[in-house]
Design a protein around this ligand. Sequence first.
Ligand SMILES: Cc1ncc(COP(=O)(O)O)c(C=O)c1O
Length: 434
Amino acid sequence: MNPLAVELNDQIKATNPNILEMLSDLGKNLFFPKGILTQSAEAKEKAHKYNATIGIATEKGGPMYLQCFQDKLSGFEPKDIYPYAPPAGKPELRSLWREKMLSENPGLQDKNFSNPIVTNALTHGLSIVGDLFVDDGDHLVLPEMLWGNYNLTFGVCNGAVVKKYKTFTDAGGFNTAAFKECLQATAAEKGKAIVLLNFPNNPSGYTPTVAEGDALVAAIKEVAEGGCNIVAITDDAYFGLFYEDSLKESLFGKLANLHERVLTIKLDGATKEEFVWGFRTGFITFAAGSKDPQPEVLTALEKKTMGIIRAKISNCPHPSQTFVIEALQSPDFLTQKQEKFEIMKGRALKTKAVLSSDKYAASWSYYPFNSGYFMCLKLKRVDAEQLRLHLLDKYGVGAISIGKTDLRIAFSCIAEEDIQELFDLVHQAEQDLA
Ligand SMILES: Cc1ncc(COP(=O)(O)O)c(C=O)c1O
């Protein structure tokens, strides 16, 4: 093992040996090399005469660039667009995102957690977690209703075994008892669990109530107290889009510093929250252990994260980090975001109003939803994939089939005035087949 990795592992072990145990073999081996980037960073500070370190081209004291790019991007300084961004992301963006997290999650105020590290959006954050913490055969605890890409990231790439629990109770609440049972079974079998909590959930569009959130956190604490190491991940891709009476803060706040055996990881980003999907700007943030700050652990995890970023993608795109910084600092940011929130909320509530009609009763029921981009129909009479194909072929309507019974509708991309017609077409297609 590289001496730098040994140093980081010793640093973690001295403060919280449980976290060292949670790391995968790859995670244990990771470190951030003192190579070109470190030497360049030193030169950036001290090389006043000539800086002949990093692999970009310069001209007239700034980065070299083609005018045809700059003509289109003239609102931005070349230095904020063309050079590589630092491996952990632009420091200004990291601190702005931290401030944003704190203002949107007041429960985080007295918690110890790392600075967010910039990722190439949430998918990249998930893959970093897979590389750092998942070994072949480790158990990943997920609800049955899940974002399918988790199977590829954690299952195919990292060899995780996905353990699923029933998402909802018959009464229509989040099935916290099934979650606890699944976690307990994993604890008994493996002594280590990776728990992935995604709210607002894709595909159901559900965020738990405060009481359900508390029950999830209490279950994690109880199982950790029983001796199981838990990596608890919150996938907050759709954070903030809460339209009804649900949790309005990330569960990261309640999970941070919960127990020595719980490492909490928040994945979030601008992609869905700020409607900049193609910018690929996200964040990974760690909170370790119980009440006492564990800065050595957080620093070591940050270095290991920088190591895997360096190894796999070198660094994240610079222009989009600059764009997000400018947006977060814009005096219009919050007002404009609120305007879009109201549009999304209008679509969600309209969807609920349309679905309340008795005329659909023989065709489907629907899963609880109160947030995010999606909702799911639960079909009573026809196969979801058959319906999807028929809808496409005969009515030109696209939806996503999941399993035999579920049809996911992204109300996020249907104008409020079109929602009635959309469901009427789905209904018509369902009747054709029934
Ligand atoms: C639950 C969930 N997490 C993560 C992602 C990926 O987000 P990003 O585009 O930021 O990689 C998605 C995208 O569909 C998602 O639904």
